[in-house]
Design a protein around this ligand. Sequence first.
Ligand code: FES
Length: 152
Amino acid sequence: MASNPLSSILENSSGSREDLIPVLQKVQAVEGFISKESVGLISRRLKISENEIHGVATFYAQFRFTPPGEHHILVCMGTACHVKGGAQLVITLEHELDAKTGETTEDGKFDLDQVACLGCCALAPVVKIDDKIYSQMSVLKLRQVLDEYKEA
Ligand code: FES
């Protein structure tokens, strides 16, 4: 009966509530995000309300409910980056992109997320766009980098 990857994930789960996080992780690995349809299917299979699934998934920064954007922007909010202005970078990006952390811009070009540490604290504050690390960022530098991606 497992006709698609999502059905297969759900059928291979035990059907208990404890499976919620592993199932969400697998669904996101397959879909790139957790769609509304998936939330409905998970809800029926694990007998957990859609509201509760959203509540649990929102608690973990790794889960997203919107499709990923063309470019993935990750702002480091670890201690080293935070004390050097990481929060200001997030505010700037949310303003420039008109999207909140965890969301994708309306044109689908960017999505924005935060991370606890990118592992290069000496370069703080750090922003990662796709596979590229931008170090010692300032609001001005960030705007310039963003413009390059917007124009590309
Ligand atoms: S705290 Fe930002 S890279 Fe470690």
